[in-house]
Design a protein around this ligand. Structure first.
Ligand SMILES: Nc1ncnc2c1ncn2[C@@H]1O[C@H](COP(=O)(O)OP(=O)(O)OP(=O)(O)O)[C@@H](O)[C@H]1O
Ligand SMILES: [Mg+2]
Length: 352
């Protein structure tokens, strides 16, 4: 049987475009290409594309830089144009669900059903005693998907897979880690503008939420408190991490600590909501990804607040890497931010 080739994972994030190309090998994957290209501020706001020309340019730049010839890409979306909900419906087959979901979905989403693409996954096919089953409903605005596929088209590419960022990270996690049968894992992907939460038990999502706060909040607060430019603030924020020789002014450290507490509080509120609304909803493990995962204060805050072991996601952990082609230190530093793009690169057209 001919294998379908995986598409190139293309994460159009609000701070940068990230590309990952994998090759399928017996029992796993090999890294063929990994690259990033920065985007100007405000090119993407709350998941909406505000500056298509800059995005097209960044996509073309990263493809040229990595000399990737493939034209099919898997992309991810996020933000308020994407609704993910667990709903309860009378037990039925996936086929019956596909036929009826257009009518059912109306009451669960704040948009006109005609304006969204709807996807469903039956979580409990056997149903409960009352004959009800849990269904994961994903609705994404057609307009927004169209904007994303259009920038790809303008860059000479075809988007064959459109996924949701939170699910791409989950995919990257599952390909590299083996959670225990009784583990309930919260995956926290903290990017520049957004943090995606995804609670997963035995491979199934039971709760998701996007918090509109990420790495930008740290930079903005440093800028404000120290009365310096955004770029200077960003440099101070990034410069202090992972390099023990770097001198980070105590002031910066203090601001970072404060924002980490604030973001940690937001995350905790979401997790408290999950726990209080889900019977047996006890989280046993936390996984942190996204570029902002590299802020140690955030890691520590999450550990203290969630009260469970926290680990930084390395989406390349199980992927075969040619050390002559990729510098392991560079790859490890970029790893948390590569979670979405690796997860997308693992997708095949037609996957759920
Ligand atoms: N070493 C570092 N220390 C602290 N923050 C960092 C470091 N490296 C990157 N970041 C931050 O990570 C963020 C980018 O992360 P990521 O690439 O995951 O976001 P994105 O996908 O572009 O954005 P989003 O998902 O929010 O749309 C930026 O805010 C950046 O400042
Ligand atoms: Mg992102």
């Amino acid at each position: 049987m001919a294998k379908s080739k995986p598409a190139v994972g293309l994460d159009i994030g609000s701070s940068s475009v990230k590309l990952v190309q994998l090759k399928e090998k017996r029992g796993g994957h090999q890294l063929l290409a990994f690259g990033t290209a920065p985007l100007p501020p405000e090119a993407i706001v709350d998941g909406a594309l505000m500056n298509s020309a800059a995005i097209v340019q960044a996509i073309q730049e990263v493809f040229a830089q990595q000399k990737v010839k493939a034209k099919e890409v898997a992309i991810g979306v996020r933000g308020h144009s994407v609704i993910i909900k667990k709903i309860s419906l009378p037990r039925m087959t996936q086929e019956e669900l596909d036929e009826s979901i257009q009518w059912e979905a109306e009451q669960y989403i704040p948009f006109d059903v005609k304006d969204v693409n709807i996807d469903t996954q039956i979580l409990t096919p056997d149903g409960d005693a009352a004959g009800q089953m849990d269904v994961l409903l994903v609705a994404a605005k057609k307009d927004m998907i169209n904007d994303y596929t259009s920038v790809c088209a303008e860059a000479g590419l075809t988007a064959t897979v459109v996924d949701v960022d939170a699910f791409a990270v989950q995919n990257a996690f599952e390909a590299n880690y083996e959670p225990g049968a009784n583990d309930t894992v919260v995956i926290v992907n903290v990017g520049a503008a957004v943090s995606n939460l995804n609670v997963v038990t035995r491979g199934v999502t039971t709760f998701t939420r996007d918090i509109t706060m990420g790495g930008n909040a740290f930079t903005e607060e440093i800028q404000k408190q120290l009365n310096i430019s955004y770029d200077e603030a960003e440099a101070l924020k990034v410069g202090g991490q992972g390099d023990s020789d770097a001198v980070v002014p105590q002031e910066v450290e203090r601001v970072i600590q404060g924002v980490a507490e604030q973001l940690g509080g937001e995350i905790q509120r979401s997790l408290d909501f999950y726990t209080s609304t889900t019977p047996d909803g006890k989280i046993t493990r936390a996984i942190l990804s996204g570029g902002t995962a590299r802020i140690p204060a955030l890691f520590k805050t999450l550990e203290a607040r969630a009260g469970v072991p926290v680990e930084i996601l390395n989406p390349f952990k199980n992927i075969e890497i040619d050390n002559k082609k990729f510098d392991p230190a560079v790859l490890l530093a970029a790893a948390p931010a590569a979670a979405v793009s690796v997860g997308l690169a693992l997708r095949r057209p037609g996957d759920k």
